[in-house]
Design a protein around this ligand. Sequence first.
Ligand code: NAD
Ligand code: LMR
Length: 321
Amino acid sequence: MSIKKVTITGAAGNIAYSLIFRILSKLPFKATDKINLTLLDIELSQKSLTGLRFEIEDCAFSTLNKIAITADSEKAFDDSDYIIMVGAKPRSKGMERSDLILDNAGIFKSQAETINNVCSSSTKIIVVGNPANTNALILNYNTPKIPNENVTSLMKLDQNRAKSILASKLDKQVEEIHQMIIWGNHSTTQVPDLYNCKVKSLIVDVEESWIYGTFIPKVQKRGGEIIEFRGLSSAASAASAIYDHINILENGSDEWESLGIMTSGEYDITEGLMFSLPLSISENSYKVIPDVNINSKIADLIKLSEKELLKERDIVKQYLP
Ligand code: NAD
Ligand code: LMR
């Protein structure tokens, strides 16, 4: 029987409450019969984690081999195959994700150091806690043992949002929309780019005024809109996107995907940033899709997102050894 150890941080929080049940209902991991699930949260949340553990046990999931809850990050990360890093403060109304940067940077640095000590070089890490790309950068810099390509940040939620908004504009099904790209940061500077999108192999044709006046700002601001209406940041949709992200990393995808990865000069983007790029993903490896057509307006927007990530990198430079 094949068993993976999966660790989720911030496990007593809102996203985890959706994510755990989604994962256990149908494992997204390739060739894995069961998981050993370890849930990490701070000391204060251990009582609530105990209640969560009871609920998980009460589901009698056949996909669960063992479950552990802990506030000890060393125990949590020790020998993990997958770590899903959700544990971080979320923003509230009126904040930008980057306002969380110094609150959350310390968490990611210290957890990265532990991961580097207790995990193997094959461990895969997905960063969700905001600002996700810069937290992932901190994590990457502080885990020299783990190859950069094993660390990705969540941009799938943005891609799902963009597909859904375009499908509804065109009165199509989401699965008919192909080649949607998100460039840049998981923030209001992200660049949803539909210029290469196809519906049934035909390039999508929509008015420029809708692209720049509605589509791009709507995707960019969707997280804030949810906070405005729900009073809390997205949780179930974020969990669903994390599930999709794991699934495509493990099993590959026929689609163009967008995940945050460490740049190495592609598309003239500064090296050493966690940046969302168009990727083709096959089982356990990904490649940046080359030679994508970028018009000058989109190129200018991509530069703005790069500039924001450079600024974030500068703010956290003390966390980057
Ligand atoms: P939440 O406040 O409900 O849960 C966060 C949990 O993290 C809490 O239980 C908290 O105790 C825990 N935590 C804090 N510090 C920790 C530490 N050092 N170790 C372990 N656990 C710790 O928040 P949420 O709604 O679940 O969101 C979590 C994060 O995900 C936020 O930063 C949010 O902005 C971000 N987010 C990112 C995306 C994305 O697409 N990248 C989408 C949605 C939310
Ligand atoms: C989102 O995009 O929904 C999350 O990043 C939460 C937020 O702060 O917007």
